[in-house]
Design a protein. Structure first.
Length: 543
C-alpha cells in the first residue's frame, strides 16, 4: 500500500534521498555478503524478564528464519498489506517476526509495551489488523493471555501468534510450528518494483486525546535511520546496543536502522538498571549505545570501553538537563514524537547544542551532507509557546487510510510542512528542545482526557492530571482529586480502581494529591502550573 503522494516520491528519488531497497532487503544484502557474521544477540538476562533462553544468530541463520517465517505468514492466509500487530519486548524473536512480516509484504504496527489489553484492542480495531504477534510475558505481565483476550473480542483478528516459552491456549506458538514445517517455506514473490514506497509500519503518536496512527514507508524509515547512522560515523560491522523495544521512532529509527545500515551486530537489552546497561556495553565492546538523554552522564562515567559512542535520546525536553564534559563521543538525538528526529554531535561540549531551524543534514558540518529533515517553529496561539513543523524524506505526509477514510489526522501547511503540535523553546541559534505535544503527558496523551479518566472514579467530584519536572524523565505524571461531599477516598483505592479498569500503564500517575478544590485560572481552566508548584514545594520541604 502506497500512501505517499506521487510528487513527493518523484522529488525524493530525483534528489537521491530515496531508493528501491526495503528494510528486509538491507538485511538480506548483508546476509549474502557476510553470512557468518553475528547478526542479533539476545540480552544475557532474557529469561529473567520474558520467556525463552538467550539466542544468538548469524546473518545466515537469521535470514533463514526470516524467509521461513515470511513464508509461514503467507501460507496461513496473511496477504500483502494486511496489518499485523507486534507486542513484544526486545528479543531476537521479535526482530525476526518484524523483518519477516515486512518480507511477506505485511504492514507491522509495533505496539508500546506499556499498553494493556484495552489499548491494544482499540488500536488494532481502529486500523483493521488481521494478525497479532505477542510475547508470552514481560516481567510479571502476562502479555500472551492479554493477546488471547483481545482475539476473543476482535473478530476481524484472524491470527494470534505467540513468542516465548509459556504460550497460552488459543495462540499459535511460532517456534515449534516453524520447526515442524521445516525448510520448505519460502517468502512470497511480491513482484513490487516500488516496494520501498509501500507502507512498512504504523506507529502510534502520543499526541491528542487518543493515540494516532502514523504510517511510514521503507524509504521514510531509511531516511530517518541515516540521521543517527551518519552523525555517529558508524563503521561497517559496528556493535550496536539498544535498550528500546521496536515500538516507535526511537527504537526503530535510532536502533534497528543504524544496525541495518551498518551491517553490524545488534545487541538487545531490557532496561532494569543502568549498571547492567554499562556492563553489557563493556562486555560486547559496543560502538554505539542508545539510551534516554538524562541518563547519558551517568553512563558516560561508568563505561570502561573508550570507543563507545553514547547516543542520548531526548524524546521530551528535559528542563534540568545536566551539563558535563563527556569522556566518550556523545551524540544528542532529539525525537519529535513519531514525526522526525535530529542527531547532533556534541563533541566535548558540556552543553547540548541548540537545534538549528531550517534544513538538518547528517553528518553535521559536511558541505555535501544530505538534508534529511527541515524544521520551522511558528508562534503559538494566545501567547502559547512556538510549535514545531517538519518536512523531508523521513516525515510522513499522509495518515493511515482505512475503509476509504484518512484516519491519521496529519495536517500539512501550504509549504508541505507537517504540523506536529509539539511545543519548542526559542534560543540563540535555534530551538532548545522539541518538548511534548501541547498539554500532554509523555506516553499518556492529552491531560484533559486524563482529567475525565480520573474523574470517573466513583468517589471523586473533580480531577486534574498535571506534570511535574523530573531530572531523569523530563516530566512525571501526577493527579489531583477532589472527593465527593462526605467521601473519603484514599490513593490506594484509586490506584486499585485504575488497575481494575486496565488503564494504560503510562496513564497511571506517580502520586495523588487529595484537595478540597482545584486551582483555576480566571477563565475557569485548571491551573496545572500551581499544582506542579505545590508538589515541588512539598518535595523541597521533605528534603
Amino acid at each position: 500500500m502506497i500512501v505517499t503522494p506521487a510528487e513527493t516520491i518523484d522529488r525524493h528519488r530525483t534528489n537521491g534521498l530515496w531508493g528501491r531497497v526495503t528494510l528486509d532487503a538491507l538485511f538480506r544484502k548483508t546476509a549474502q555478503a557476510h553470512p557468518g557474521r553475528i547478526a542479533i544477540v539476545d540480552a544475557p538476562d532474557r529469561s529473567e524478564w520474558t520467556g525463552g533462553e538467550p539466542r544468538s544468530l548469524t546473518y545466515a541463520e537469521a535470514e533463514q528464519e526470516i524467509e521461513r517465517l515470511a513464508g509461514f505468514y503467507a501460507a496461513v492466509g496473511l496477504a500483502t498489506d494486511h496489518v499485523v500487530g507486534l507486542h513484544a519486548p526486545n528479543t531476537v524473536d521479535a526482530v525476526i517476526a518484524f523483518l519477516a512480516a515486512l518480507r511477506a509484504g505485511l504492514i507491522v504496527t509495533p505496539l508500546p509495551l506499556h499498553w494493556r489489553q484495552k489499548d491494544v484492542l482499540e488500536a488494532l480495531n481502529r486500523i483493521g489488523a488481521k494478525g497479532l504477534v505477542a510475547a508470552d510475558r514481560l516481567e510479571t505481565r502476562q502479555m500472551g493471555h492479554a493477546a488471547r483476550d483481545v482475539a476473543a473480542e476482535l473478530f476481524s483478528l484472524r491470527f494470534v501468534f505467540g513468542l516465548g516459552k509459556e504460550i497460552p491456549d488459543g495462540l499459535i506458538e511460532l517456534g515449534p510450528m516453524l520447526a515442524e514445517m521445516g525448510d520448505g517455506l519460502m517468502a512470497p514473490d511480491l513482484k513490487r518494483p516500488d516496494a520501498a514506497e509501500h507502507t512498512a509500519t504504523i506507529t502510534w503518536s502520543r499526541g491528542g486525546r487518543t493515540p494516532m496512527p502514523v504510517t511510514r514507508s521503507h524509504n521514510q524509515w531509511i531516511a530517518a535511520g541515516f540521521m543517527p547512522f551518519l552523525e555517529t560515523r558508524l563503521d561497517e560491522g559496528a556493535h550496536i546496543l539498544v535498550p528500546y523495544a521496536l515500538s516507535g521512532l526511537t527504537g526503530i529509527g535510532a536502533g534497528l536502522l543504524p544496525w541495518l545500515l551498518s551491517s553490524g551486530t545488534l545487541h538487545l537489552h531490557h532496561p532494569t538498571a543502568l549498571s547492567r546497561l554499562a556492563a553489557h556495553a563493556d562486555a560486547v565492546e559496543a560502538d554505539y549505545v542508545l539510551l534516554p538523554g538524562p541518563l547519558a552522564q551517568t553512563l558516560d562515567a561508568r563505561l570502561a570501553c573508550r570507543k563507545t559512542t553514547v547516543v542520548a535520546a531526548w524524546s521530551i525536553s528535559a528542563p534540568q538537563a545536566a551539563t558535563f564534559v563527556p569522556s566518550h563521543t556523545l551524540v544528542d538525538l532529539h525525537v519529535a514524537d513519531e514525526y522526525a528526529l535530529v542527531a547532533r554531535l556534541r563533541g566535548k561540549s558540556a552543553r547540548i547544542h541548540p537545534t538549528a531551524l531550517g534544513a538538518a543534514s547528517a553528518p553535521s558540518g559536511s558541505e555535501n551532507a544530505p538534508a534529511l529533515v527541515e524544521l520551522k517553529a511558528e508562534d503559538g496561539e494566545d501567547g502559547r509557546p512556538p510549535v514545531l513543523s517538519v518536512r523531508g524524506p523521513m516525515v510522513p505526509e499522509t495518515g493511515w487510510t482505512a475503509g476509504g477514510r484518512n484516519d491519521g489526522g496529519l495536517a500539512l501547511d501550504a509549504s508541505g510542512f507537517l504540523r506536529t503540535g509539539i511545543s519548542v523553546t526559542r534560543v540563540d541559534g535555534g530551538i532548545a528542545g522539541f518538548g511534548i505535544p501541547g498539554e500532554n503527558a509523555p506516553g499518556a496523551g492529552d491531560l484533559e482526557a486524563l482529567d475525565l479518566l480520573y474523574q470517573a472514579y466513583p468517589e471523586v467530584r473533580e480531577a486534574a492530571a498535571f506534570l511535574v519536572e523530573d531530572p531523569v524523565l523530563g516530566a512525571r505524571l501526577y493527579a489531583a482529586l477532589v472527593p465527593n461531599p462526605g467521601a473519603t477516598p484514599d490513593a490506594r483505592a484509586f490506584f486499585a480502581y485504575l488497575d481494575a479498569e486496565r488503564v494504560d500503564l503510562a496513564k497511571i500517575p506517580l502520586r495523588v494529591l487529595m484537595l478540597q478544590v482545584l486551582p483555576r485560572h480566571e477563565d475557569g481552566t485548571i491551573d496545572r502550573a500551581r499544582l506542579a508548584l505545590r508538589v515541588q514545594r512539598l518535595a523541597a520541604a521533605v528534603a
